[in-house]
Design a protein around this ligand. Sequence first.
Ligand code: HEC
Length: 149
Amino acid sequence: MKKILALSAVIAAFSFSLQAQVKKPVARKKPLPAKTGGMAASIVRGKVVYTSVCLPCHMADGGGVMNLNPPLIKTEYVLGDKTRLVNILLKGFNERIEIEEQQYSNPMPAVAHLSDTEIADVLTYVRNNFGNKAPAVSPLEVKTIRAAK
Ligand code: HEC
């Protein structure tokens, strides 16, 4: 019994010293950034996604290519219903549409391989760039719409 007590005392002391060691590096000198998320950060990330995925078709200024790829400037799709907008990216889009008296009938391929966050970011960017102003799209909204398909 004495041996066991002594042993457990040693183990306790050992684990205490381990804890003390483990805790040390966790102590932060710098405070965490106050805001790691937020709309501004989403827009910054969204621009990166836009540049690599959407820009080749919709162009750097969102102006598109006449009769080929529609503009993303103040269209009802960009500013309107979020579910429809998210589904354009998740499912692709193949409808004969008219924007500013121009016809567009080329199909847009789905970009469903993008993560929920990437889709939220790129749409938040598009909805708040090119002269657009509309509420952000959140990763949770994308996740919900993806699950509902
Ligand atoms: C391969 C070319 C291509 C890529 C890449 C592409 N699109 Fe499109 N997009 C199109 C075409 C073509 C249409 C029109 C489809 C139709 O007429 O049915 C369209 C339509 C749209 C629309 C609805 C119409 C409008 O102009 O408001 C939105 C919104 C949109 N795209 C956003 C995006 C975003 C955001 C990305 C990047 C994640 C993207 N697209 C990537 C070609 C593309």
